[in-house]
Design a protein around this ligand. Structure first.
Ligand code: CMP
Length: 140
C-alpha cells in the first residue's frame, strides 16, 4: 500500500551538509518528499516528539542532541514507505547498521545517528501530524 512516513535528518547530518545526499537516497528508492521544512526544535518540542521515550535512560541526552542545531523534517510517500525508509536508514546503532545504509555512511553514534524514521503506521500518522498540518502536505 502507498504509505506516508515522517523522516527527520538530525543535527549531526544537517551540520555535515548531507541533506541532499540523504534526499537522493529517498528518491532513488522511489520515495517522494511531499512536505519538508528545516527547523530549530525547542526543548519542549523535542520532549513532546520523543514523549514515548520519556522513561528511558537516554531521554535527556536524546533531547539535548536533537536541539543542538537545526533538523530537516520531511514526509515521505510511497509503496511501503515506512519499512522502505527504515531499510534505507539501517540499524539505530550505526556500528550495527548494514553497509550502504544512511546510518552506516553518515552517522557517528547511537545518539548522533543522522536520521529518524517512523516505525509503524500508527506512529507515522501521529508523527506526521505532530510536524505538519494538512495544508502543508502536497496531496496525492
Ligand atoms: P530515533 O529513531 O530517533 O528514536 C529514538 C532515539 O534515541 C534513537 O533514534 C537513538 O538516536 C536514541 N537512542 C540513544 N540510545 C538508545 C538506545 N539504547 N536504544 C534506542 N535508541 C537510543
Amino acid at each position: 500500500a502507498v504509505e506516508r512516513t515522517l523522516s527527520i535528518i538530525k543535527p549531526d547530518a544537517v551540520a555535515k551538509n548531507v541533506i541532499g545526499q540523504i534526499y537522493a537516497r529517498f528518491e532513488g528508492a522511489g520515495l517522494k518528499i511531499i512536505a519538508s521544512k528545516q527547523k530549530q526544535l525547542s526543548r519542549a518540542e523535542a520532549e513532546a516528539f520523543y514523549a514515548v521515550h520519556k522513561a528511558r535512560p537516554f531521554f535527556n541526552d536524546l533531547v539535548s542532541f536533537m536541539i543542538s542545531g537545526p533538523v530537516q523534517i520531511q514526509v515521505l510517500e510511497g509503496e511501503g514507505a515506512i519499512l522502505k525508509n527504515r531499510d534505507l536508514m539501517g540499524a539505530t546503532d550505526p556500528k550495527k547498521a548494514e553497509k550502504g545504509t544512511i546510518r552506516a555512511d553518515f552517522a557517528d553514534s547511537i545518539d548522533a545517528n543522522a536520521v529518524h524514521g517512523s516505525d509503524a503506521p500508527e506512529t507515522a500518522a501521529q508523527e506526521v501530524a505532530f510536524f505538519f498540518s494538512g495544508l502543508e502536505i502536497n496531496g496525492r
